[in-house]
Design a protein around this ligand. Sequence first.
Ligand SMILES: C[S@@+](CC[C@H](N)C(=O)[O-])C[C@H]1O[C@@H](n2cnc3c(N)ncnc32)[C@H](O)[C@@H]1O
Length: 288
Amino acid sequence: MTNFSIAQALVEASQMLRRAGIMEARRDASALLAHLLGRDATYLIAHAERELTASDVARYRSFIERRAAGEPLQYITGRQEFFNLDFTVTPDVLIPRPETELLVETALELMKETNAPPFICDVGTGTGCIAISILHERRQARGVALDISPTALKVAAQNAARHDVRERLAFAASDCLDALDAARTEFSLIVSNPPYVAERAYDGLQREVREHEPRVALTPGGDGLGMIRRLLADAPRFLSTRGHLLLEIGFDQHEAVNQMIDNSVWTLLDIHKDLQGIPRTVALRKQG
Ligand SMILES: C[S@@+](CC[C@H](N)C(=O)[O-])C[C@H]1O[C@@H](n2cnc3c(N)ncnc32)[C@H](O)[C@@H]1O
């Protein structure tokens, strides 16, 4: 790839990716070149004849090689859009998924029910995408973002600063809610997209996911329900009366989770389906 125009580079790169079995070869080739040039995809179309420098070609080739080897696009570009915000992602954090936007939408709806300024907790914050999106939408809200991974917390703090919510969001390393003092903490809402893949299903995940995303973000081991179980048991101590708990669950977990709900503690409001019709977001209210 020397003296290549944008158009030629895209053709070559798309072919390489297609040969490597990458599904969205053209889209990824275009996204990587746009990222490298600091432009968007429309620029590539409008300037298809522009010649790339030798150093751009070399960098582009290394990006394409990484993508062809199965590295997720987002770890190469270092970014992923979520709820219309641009998030920094590194291999220390899960890449935010579109279905998790449903958790944010549901949280924003439930927050309309309370007049007091919301105080939220995001357990297993990763990039911080859930907590940061909520605080970005609700300027009076404050929150605490927890993660067992200190490196994930660094990425989340960076994202919080980037989206101007840093002064309203505290961060702490914590195994589930264990680092918090229930006597001094009362949230109006606890949200979590916990690791929920069962141990036995882990090897069946897409290679791209299994080999690149943090294992701790994907599976808690065992039947995959361990962290959900802990949140159902522990969250009431940290919630105000009629406070909410929102959980994202796996595609086949709604019946098992339904069974785990203690009806003397929680009112199950709904299990919202995602765009694929999969029961995805469990909305609970602590009983008064
Ligand atoms: C599925 S990822 C979700 C990340 C982010 N909230 C999102 O929705 O994209 C789960 C996160 O939980 C964290 N985690 C795993 N086990 C945990 C535990 N026992 N306590 C707290 N966080 C945990 C992982 O480090 C990871 O960041």
